[in-house]
Design a protein around this ligand. Structure first.
Ligand code: DAH
Length: 341
């Protein structure tokens, strides 16, 4: 009887699948715990004859060892699987966002300027940074040896014939007129160079966006309305703008464009030199000589042009008061513009 029972339990032990903690615990309770079937077998053995005790005792011990070693092996296996599961990535956690970088503030401003003019129908044009005297000066109505050339201290690459680093983006106006007939409506962003000592307010290179609109019947009112629109799009409805009479050889009449100082709101500060106004661009009606030099008949067409400083527009947008920061490449400065693209 007892030997049959022992054999049945041994078979049962062997069939048990211990792949989960709950199964392991059930196994322990069923076979090994105090009230389990193996201790019960040993209890029954007490009533057996001495003869039986000898043979069956050995069998029962083997069954006990079988159950214990099966239990221990399964326990170790489950523990190992559990710890490797905790090393695995938890896919339900929120992701760690990597640093993806951000636009340089000057590039962000340039894109915004281009976008505002694009919506008014201005396409984007490009031109060379190393330029000849004709396109940078002479064609733009700067007479030879005229003091106006000294307004823009020039880096020369070569003299006679003169090649230079363009002092403004107005050279692209000439290149554009040479290759395209009116109507012309373009914005021309780019880097320009001047031989100036570097300080918080001046740098030997900076950036401009030139604008040119040439067509039949373009008037000063178009220029004013276009730049009013620009200022309000860039800085919001409350911005004040004024046109101040000025001189440029390539425009007649000419005006400088000021906007109300956003840093002090007109109260006066060092950025606006305590005037409440900040200059952001030069502008005017394209001089007839310039149109003629570009192969356009000034009797048939008129146009307006403007050139604005990207650094200046950016400075007022983000309240940066030292120009040098834009080219020092200090990530502590650059990262601050992460959210303002
Ligand atoms: N080129 C001028 C400068 O760099 C800015 C300028 C003034 C551009 C008047 C223009 C303009 O197109 O019409 O100072």
């Amino acid at each position: 009887m007892l030997s049959q029972k022992a054999k049945a339990i041994a078979d049962e032990i062997q069939q048990y699948v211990l792949d989960q903690k709950a199964a392991l615990e059930a196994f322990r309770l069923k076979f090994l715990s105090k009230k389990g079937s193996i201790p019960e077998l040993f209890d029954l053995l007490k009533a057996a004859s001495p003869e039986e005790k000898k043979t069956l005792g050995k069998v029962l011990n083997e069954i006990k060892q079988l159950a214990e070693s099966k239990f221990r092996a399964a326990e170790e296996q489950l523990a190992a699987a559990g710890s490797s599961a905790s090393d695995a990535p938890d896919l339900s956690l929120p992701s760690v966002s990597g640093k993806v970088g951000n636009l340089h503030p000057l590039n962000a401003t340039r894109s915004r300027i281009i976008e505002i003019f694009e919506r008014l129908g201005f396409n984007v044009e490009d031109g060379p940074e190393i330029e000849d005297d004709w396109h940078n000066f002479s064609a733009l109505n700067f007479p030879a040896n005229h003091p106006a050339r000294e307004m823009q201290d020039t880096f020369f690459v070569q003299k006679n014939p003169d090649w230079l680093l363009r002092t403004h983006t107005s050279n692209v106006q000439m290149r554009l007129m040479e290759r395209q007939k009116p109507p012309i409506r373009s914005s021309m962003p780019g880097r320009v160079y001047r031989n100036e000592a570097i300080s918080a307010r001046a740098h030997c290179f900076f950036h401009q966006v030139e604008g040119l609109y040439v067509d039949k019947n373009v008037g000063f009112a178009d220029l004013k309305q276009t730049l009013y629109h620009f200022a309000k799009e860039m800085y919001g409805k409350d911005i004040a703008i004024r046109f101040r009479p000025s001189f440029f050889p390539f425009t007649e009449p000419s005006a400088e464009i000021d906007i109300s100082c956003l840093i002090c709101k007109g109260a006066g500060c060092n950025v606006c030199k305590y005037s409440g106004w900040v200059e952001i661009a030069g502008s005017g009606m394209v001089h007839p000589n310039v149109l003629r030099n570009g192969g356009i008949d000034p009797e048939e067409y008129t146009g307006f042009a403007f050139g604005m400083g990207i650094e200046r527009v950016t400075q007022l947008r983000y309240r940066v008061n030292d120009l040098r920061l834009y080219s020092e490449n200090d990530v502590r400065f650059l990262r601050q513009f992460h959210t303002v693209i």
